[in-house]
Ligand binder design. Structure first.
Ligand code: MLC
Ligand code: AMP
Length: 485
């Protein structure tokens, strides 16, 4: 069992290789010692302002050194970090801040107004002061079973739930990931995923720190910049969602030069089509490694570093982790090649949802398997394939959108009588949000409805298509039959 934490590992690297490059951001290089100094400033500042062990610090920040140092500093000071997607608007923010009740919110001046408009008494931190701070790193062994991160992910209720990940589960997972992918201190990751989700943070950044490696952090994915950085030959790894790989392929079609081989390309957060995977291999000369994860568990299964990367599959469980397929009703394990629900078990699995004892109990079996809500099957030689979802969810460009959440906002619109939100295939985003609306207002305008959604929810959740209907198909119980839509 892993009895160390990410912070402890980070501090070990700071001691052993203080001058080694840790993060590059906007042409500026930060060594392990630099990041340690910045994280210590945050830890000192938070403690000086009264942060107690186990209290929460929310980060409402985009990618950058401030995110990284506040993240490490808050955990170093014994706090729990609450991750917030920076696209979130009032509805989402109000819910998260009410539910997580953070003691502090770390944000940028331009985002301050979003928080200030909410009726919360929060001490807002914008800049760390250099308050001296040092903690013996050994103290973190005692922290292992405390919550390191609360990451919001929705359920069918339409309200996001805070998944609590302990230091131990994060460490166990990143140890498995770095081992499976042969991640070493020589690796340099091109990291363009948002750090407020577990793909960018729990895989990209944690892996970097765990391995004592380095990453080149970008504010966001911009295809031309990423292509140029790949051409440079400097990064050894790139992690992306399928939308990014589709865009890189389009970019390659416009360029004369192809990037040299990387040690590893990884895709996840949404299904990578076998077509995209094979087209990428034809053009870039190497096969992407596809893996499968979730906020509640970070990484579950992976195609192999060496050996067959099978298109359309998400590979096998990471070292020291388990996965199986069970019947959706009887919950009994199924033989190979039969479709059911995927369950996972291991030290990587989260500790439950904040303030949700019932939902937390429901998602586990008595013997500790976590019910992922993903449908799939496993081949006789152990490769998992995801075939669908038991949970209602749209994954657009790697961001999760819960139809119910968008429906609730649209239903509040005075001109809308009924609404149902569904996903539909999209060549760029994989799936896109479509709203079927029943309205008796002939003047209702599509653009106004989209603006209305953007004012209330993160912009990526807005419908990309709105269809007007006279009524919604319902079954005898009055439930909307979405499959007919
Ligand atoms: C941005 N927009 C999206 C969108 N991303 N719309 C639908 N789906 C998306 N994914 C909208 C914005 O709201 C905005 O709308 C407009 O597009 C331009 O914004 P942008 O930021 O410039 O967009 P773009 O460059 O197109 O972003 C695409 C993307 C981004 C793929 C780079 O979505 C992204 O970084 N996705 C990664 C998500 C991720 O990290 N997921 C991991 C979850 S963890 P407007 O109208 O305001 O202009 C997880 C576990 C696991 O799932 O297994 O990893
Ligand atoms: P999130 O709630 O953002 O953590 O999203 C997790 C969900 O993303 C999983 O439950 C899956 O449905 C989906 N997912 C992640 N990786 C993959 C993948 N490689 N293929 C298909 N779906 C995936």
């Amino acid at each position: 069992m892993i009895s160390t934490s990410l912070i402890e590992k980070f501090l070990q690297h700071c001691q052993q290789t203080p001058d080694k490059r840790c993060v590059v951001f906007e042409s500026q290089t930060y060594s392990y010692a630099d990041i340690r100094t910045m994280a210590a400033a945050w830890a000192g500042e938070l403690r000086a302002r009264g942060l107690q062990r186990g209290e929460r610090v929310a980060l409402f920040l985009d990618n950058g050194p401030k995110f990284i140092s506040a993240y490490l500093g808050a955990q170093w000071a014994g706090g729990t970090v609450v991750l917030i997607n920076t696209a979130y608007r009032q509805t989402e923010l109000r819910h998260i801040l009410r539910d997580a009740a953070p003691r502090f919110v770390v944000t940028d001046p331009q985002r301050n107004h979003e928080i200030k408009n909410l009726e919360f008494k929060i001490e807002n931190l914008e800049f760390p002061l250099a308050v001296p701070f040092d903690f013996p790193s050994t103290i973190f062994s005692q922290f292992c079973d405390e919550v390191a991160i609360i990451a919001y992910t929705s359920g069918t209720t339409g309200k996001a739930k805070g998944a609590m990940l302990t230091h131990r589960s994060l460490a166990a997972n990143v140890a498995s990931v770095t081992e499976a992918w042969g991640w070493t201190s020589d690796d340099h990751l091109l990291l363009v995923l948002p750090l407020f989700h577990l793909h960018g943070l729990g895989v990209g950044f944690h892996g970097t720190i765990w391995a004592g490696a380095s990453c080149e952090l970008h504010p966001h994915f911009e295809v031309k910049t990423v292509y140029n950085r790949l051409l440079s030959g400097e990064p050894t790894m790139f992690f992306g969602v399928p939308t990014m790989y589709g865009r890189l392929l389009n970019e390659a079609a416009k360029r004369d030069q192809k990037p040299p081989n990387l040690r590893l390309y990884v895709s996840g957060s949404a299904a990578l089509s076998a077509d995209t995977m094979l087209a990428f291999e034809r053009v870039f000369g190497q096969r992407i490694l596809e893996r499968y994860g979730m906020t509640e568990t970070v990484m579950n299964t992976t195609n192999p570093l060496y050996g067959e990367r099978r298109p359309g599959t998400v590979g096998q469980p990471f070292p020291r982790q388990e996965a199986r397929v069970v019947h959706v009703h009887t919950r009994q394990p199924l033989p190979a090649d039969e479709d059911g629900e995927i369950e996972v078990r291991g030290a990587h699995v989260f500790a439950g949802y904040l303030n949700q004892p019932e939902a937390s109990a429901e998602c586990f079996t008595p013997d500790g398997w976590f019910k992922t809500g993903d449908l799939g099957r496993v081949s006789a030689d152990g490769y998992f394939t995801i075939t669908g979802r038991a949970k209602e969810l749209i994954i657009s460009g790697g961001f999760n959108i819960y139809p119910r959440e968008v429906e609730e906002v649209l239903a509040m619109h005075p001109s809308i009588a009924e609404v149902a939100v569904v996903g539909r295939p999209d060549p760029d985003f994989g799936e896109s949000v479509t709203a079927v609306v029943v309205s008796h207002d002939a003047t209702l305008n599509v653009d106004d409805l989209i603006t209305y959604c953007k004012n209330n929810l993160a912009s990526y959740k807005k419908p990309r298509h709105i269809i007007f209907a006279n009524s919604l198909p319902r079954n005898a119980l009055g439930k909307v039959q979405k499959h007919l839509l």
